[in-house]
Design a protein around this ligand. Sequence first.
Ligand code: ZN
Length: 93
Amino acid sequence: MLRKLKATGVSMGNKRRGRERLENCVSCGRMMPRDKAVQFSKRKHYTTDLKEDNITYTDFVDSYYCISCAKHRGIFEIKKRQAQQKRERGAYG
Ligand SMILES: [Zn+2]
């Protein structure tokens, strides 16, 4: 049974069973459960843009996309590529 649940992508780690938290799609605003949404972390740079004493700060911003927007923006392909790179890095050390 657990295997079947895993195949659907439904997480049972949350203690609030039966109903997953809802998330908004970043691009179209559609509401969907968190385990159905596609999570994508983007790197964001903050700079003060000063000639002297310039401070740069990098942060990862998590955003959720609905299935159709993720497909349209090619996020599945990016995630696939990232997973492949991670796997290769793991193989070589
Ligand atoms: Zn959307």
